[in-house]
Design a binder for this molecule. Structure first.
Ligand SMILES: Nc1ncnc2c1ncn2[C@@H]1O[C@H](COP(=O)(O)OP(=O)(O)O)[C@@H](O)[C@H]1O
Ligand SMILES: [Mg+2]
Length: 275
């Protein structure tokens, strides 16, 4: 009789992992987007993934949520291979992962309270008073108590981001994925959102992955960083490792300089619309 497959091994020396990409390759219509990407997410860290627009950052988050499947390689959440789950198992896993979308992805016909209540209504059997209590608690956390009756069109950019954050929190996730949480915000509001991310993740001991192309935000919130460039992780380490790096791509990206290797082959790519 053959033995069961061995459980997913934890890399030597590392603590248990929350999520992992292992030798992941992904192409869209023959165009390679990720090439042999491996990344381990450790408990309670704030892992910031940086890289140019189009580098594949959002794609990594979509792989973790099981919205996309890799062409090759494996994606794990809590030791379970996300790409090979039934629809029910995937729903179960997604209930433990909070996603804060770049544009907040709020339902325009529902007010703030109704948007926050939605995951609880759809994914749990909680009663109305329980749902109301959880929604109030999360609104308080993002300092939006009293704004619960506002409609999405009435919200400022910073408020939208906070509602998106609160909605990701209502299910008490183990892992929160933030897609460009400060993109499009002014510097002061960006700093407020970054502080909020730090406080919320620290207080609730939740693990997070934050995707951003904004260096100031990256260095503010990161406990660890990884840089994605042309489909590969070119550097992974502590924020200080990035500041000390001599890799010309890292140096150019951190300084925002137009001089360097980044534009040489990807000038037109950089100028393509959208993030
Ligand atoms: N569903 C898709 N179909 C085809 N191409 C896609 C799709 N999603 C993303 N891409 C392409 O993959 C690349 C990486 O996209 P993305 O992960 O959104 O980058 P980032 O978030 O780093 O800006 C881009 O070139 C983008 O155009
Ligand atoms: Mg993106």
């Amino acid at each position: 009789m053959r033995a069961e497959p061995a459980p997913v091994a934890t890399p030597a020396g590392a603590r248990a992992t929350v999520a992992e990409l292992r030798n992941v390759w992904l192409s869209f219509n023959e165009k390679p987007v990720l090439e042999d990407v491996s990344l381990v997410v450790r408990p309670e860290e704030r892992l910031v993934i940086i890289g140019q627009s189009g580098a594949g950052k959002t794609t990594i988050l979509r792989l973790l949520l099981g919205i996309l499947a890799p062409t090759r390689g494996s994606i794990f959440f809590r030791q379970r291979d996300v790409a090979h789950l039934s629809a029910d198992e995937l729903r179960e896993i997604r209930a433990h992962i909070g996603m804060v979308y770049q544009d907040a992805a709020l339902l325009s016909s529902r007010n703030v309270r109704e948007n926050l209540a939605l995951p609880l209504e759809e994914l749990t059997r909680k009663t109305r008073p329980e749902i109301d209590r959880i929604v109030d608690e999360k609104l308080e956390l993002v300092e939006l108590r009293g704004d619960d009756k506002l409609m999405p069109f009435e919200l400022s950019g910073g408020m939208r981001k906070r509602v998106g954050l609160a909605r990701a929190l209502v299910m008490e996730p183990e892992l929160i994925l933030f897609d460009e949480p400060t993109a499009g915000l002014d510097p002061v509001i960006s700093a407020v959102i970054d502080e909020l991310i730090i406080n919320l993740t620290t207080n609730s001991k939740v693990t997070s992955i934050i995707v951003t192309h904004l260096m100031e935000s990256a260095f503010r919130v990161a406990t660890r960083m990884a840089m994605l460039h042309r489909g590969r992780i070119i550097l992974e380490g502590l924020p200080n490792d990035f500041k000390a790096s001599y890799d010309p791509v890292v140096v150019q990206f951190l300084s925002g300089s137009t001089e360097g290797p980044i534009l040489e082959r990807s000038k037109y790519h950089m100028l393509s619309p959208g993030d």
